[in-house]
Design a protein around this ligand. Sequence first.
Ligand code: NAP
Length: 492
Amino acid sequence: MPDEMSRPLIRERGEGGGSRRLEAPTYECGAPVIGILGTGDFSRSLAKRLVASGFHVVVGSRNPKRSAALFPEEAEVTSQLEAATQAQLVFIAVFPEHHSTLVALKPALAGKTLVDVSNSLQINQAGPSNAERLADLFPESDVVKGFNTISAWTLQMGPRDGCRQVFLCSNSQKAKSSVVELCHRMGFIPVDVGLLSSSLDVENLPLHLFPPWRVPVICTLSLFIFFYLYNFLRDVLHPFVTSGKSAFYKMPVETVNVTLPSVSLVMLALVYLPGLCAAFLQLCWGTKYRRFPERLDRWLTRRKQFGLCSFFCAVLHAIYSLCLPMRKSARFQLMNAAFKQVKAGVEDSWVDEEVWRMELYLSVGIMALGLLSLLAVASLPSVANTINWREFSFIQSTLGYCALLMATLHTLLFGWDRAFDPSQYRFLLPPTFLLVLILPLAVLLGRLALFLPCVAGRLKQIRRGWEKSRHIRFVLPDEDSHNGLDDVSNVP
Ligand code: NAP
C-alpha cells in the first residue's frame, strides 16, 4: 500500500521499460487541438485523460524541457506561446493569482475558448469570480468556467470513479457547446449552469463543507449533551450523593444508551414539526401564497438531514442495547440478583406484567427502527429518483408518522408507570422519558388535529389555491331582511 501511494500519478517518459502508450494512442484527424497552460497536477491528469479520449494535446509551460518528462509521450509539451497558437480550445490550469502573467498570450488566444478550471482558497461571497476576472483580462476570448469541481485524481480515474458531473457556464453558447462535447467524449456529464455570472457559485461549490448538515448535526450534538448530562445527574450522580454508591461505570455504555433514543425521538419529532407549523400558518393566514419565515423555510429543506441524524442515533441505540448483556457489570448484577433470590428462598421470579411490558417494548422498538430504515433508504437520491411523488410522500409522510408513533410507544412502554413513582423524581427532576415525550406527543396531536374534517377540508382548499383575502363581503341593501348577517362570496 505505501508503494501504491508513493507512485506518481503519471509515469514518466521511458519509465517501466516497455511501451507506455495508452488505449487510444493516436489522436483523431479533425479533432480539435486542445491546449493546456500549466504543467501541475491538474494539467498532467487532464492531459492523460484527453490523450486517452483521442485528442491532440499541446501543453504550454514556462519551462517545457523540465516538464516534458511528466506528461504522456502522446502529448506535446512546448512553450506557452506555441501551445496558445496551436490550440483551438485552451485550459488555463494555473492558479488564478497567476492569470495576469499570461496576458502576453492575448493575441494568440484571441477568438479562442478558454476554460478556467481554477478554485479559490476561501468561499468568495462578494465576487467577481476568477472566471469573470479572466474574461476581463482576455476580452477577445470566450471564457468557459468548468472542471474546477473535478479533482486531478478523478480525471485520472475517468468515468470509472469519482464525481462525473462537470458544471459549465459561459456567456458564449458556442464556446460552451464545444466544452460540452469535449466533456461527453471524456466520459463526464456536463451540467449547463448558464451565464458566466453563475461562475461564482460554481467556484464556491468545492469549498462547501456539508452546508445542509450543519444545523441538524449541531442540533443532534446539543441534544446529546443535554440528555447525557441530565441522565448523568439522575442515574450516576444522584446515587453517589444520596447513598455514596458509585455508578460511574454506567457512563460509557448505559448512560449513552439511554441518551441516544432520547436524541433520536426528539430529532424525529423535529422532522415533522416544521410541516405542522407550515400547515397551521397556512390555515391561520388563509393562503398558501404568503412566504414562510426564513428559518421555517430553511428548516423545511433540512428535514431529510434531521431524519438521517435520528436514524443514526436509533441504529447506535440498537447496537448498544444488543451489547448490554455482554458487559461484566450486567453479568455480576444478574448473578447477585440470583444469589439474593436463592437466599430469600424465592423460587419463581416471573412477573407477568414485566414480561409483557418488555415484549411489547422490544417489538415496537424494532418496528420503529425498521420503518426508520425504510425512510432512510427512500431518501437516497438513487432510490428517490425511481419512485413518483405520491409514493415518496407516502413513505416520508405516512410511514414517517407511523415511525414516530412507534418510537413514541416504545418510549411510553419504557416509562410504563414510572411517571407516577415519586422515587423517580431524583433531584426533583422528572424521568428523562417524560421530557423526551413532550415534543413527539405534541407533533402527533397536531397531526391528529389536521385530520379533523373541517381543518383538513380548509387546508386542502388553501393548498389548491383558495385564499381567505379574496372573499368579498357585501351587505344587501335591506339589512333587516338578513338579520344583520353578511353574505360572503368567494371570487374564483
Ligand atoms: P500546480 O500543481 O501548482 O500547477 C500550477 C502550474 O501553473 C505550474 O505547474 C506552472 O507550470 C503553471 N504556471 C504558469 N504560470 C505560473 C506562475 N506565474 N507561477 C507559478 N506557476 C505558474 O497546481 P494544480 O494543482 O495543477 O492546479 C492548477 C489549477 O487547477 C488551479 O487553478 C487549481 O485551482 C485548479 N484545480 C486543481 C485541481 C487539483 O486536483 N489539483 C482540481 C480542480 C481545479 P509551468 O511552470 O510549467 O509553467
